[in-house]
Design a protein around this ligand. Structure first.
Ligand code: PEP
Length: 250
């Protein structure tokens, strides 16, 4: 059966010293509780190897992106093999900030997913509609298309290795959270789309996280929904107490 997961996305925040400190704090805090979910922190590339050296196996480590090439003359890029060589096990792909600011298309993301899987990295694949699509009622179709275009060339076995994260773009970093009902409607839809392609078992085994201004005060209500299997956490993951407040919502 699918896992509950809380994953932090630190984005472009923290110096190396601050990031290592935060990772140590989360690692220590986790030791003191019986967490009912897997916990992952996705950190800047520059922090991966150092953070890997200070955390225990109970805390998962991930990158926030990887390149769409394996190696070569791509100045400034970081490949999936390079990420994996740090000890990271996860990689966020398709975050709306990557799609919006760096022009990442479904074609590019398809390549990135394949390269990540080839390194045994678990992609945390993000999907979600912008405000206009929420308001004009096309949001379910938009998300269906994002999944179909980037992921439906995968085999059922490959698809089974993914974590999905539904992140309505209008809720990311805005303080505006989707209601638990809006999240559940979309998560149930996503599970249906997966079932239609890969069958009910693959769909039932897929962890689908919610992301978008998730905080200790709203996490429990959202996580209680049957098709919500945890959260991808931005701002609140930068503070150990807030992040742990979300982890312990399970
Ligand atoms: C995110 O960027 O993945 C995210 C969910 O951010 P926030 O929690 O800050 O809205």
């Amino acid at each position: 059966m699918r896992k509950n997961i809380v994953a932090g996305n630190w984005k472009m925040n923290t110096t190396l010293a601050e990031g290592v400190g935060l990772a140590k704090d989360v690692n220590e805090a986790l030791k003191g509780i019986d967490a009912k979910c897997d916990v992952v922190i996705c950190v800047p590339f520059t922090h991966l190897a150092s953070v890997a050296g200070v955390i225990d196996s109970k805390l998962g480590l991930g990158a926030e992106n990887c390149a769409d090439h394996v190696k070569g003359a791509y100045t400034g890029e970081v490949s999936a093999p390079m990420v994996a060589s740090t000890g990271a096990k996860y990689v966020i792909l398709g975050h709306s900030e990557r799609r919006q600011y760096y022009g990442e298309t479904s074609e590019i993301l398809k390549t990135k997913v394949n390269l990540a899987l080839a390194e045994n990295l678990t992609p945390i694949f993000c999907i979600g509609e912008v405000l206009e699509e929420r308001e004009n009622g096309t949001f379910l179709d938009v998300v269906t298309k994002q999944i179909e275009e980037a992921l439906f060339d995968l085999s059922a076995e490959e698809f089974g290795k993914l974590i999905l994260a539904y992140e309505p773009v209008w809720a990311i970093g805005t303080g505006k959270t989707a209601t638990a009902e809006q999240a559940e409607e979309m998560h149930a839809h996503i599970r249906g789309v997966i079932a239609g392609k890969y069958g009910q078992e693959v769909a039932d085994n897929c962890s689908i996280l919610y992301g978008g201004s998730c905080k200790p005060s709203n996490a429990k209500e959202i996580f209680e929904k049957p098709n919500v299997d945890g959260g991808l956490i931005g701002g609140a993951a930068l503070d150990c107490a807030s992040f742990m407040g979300i982890v312990t919502a399970f």
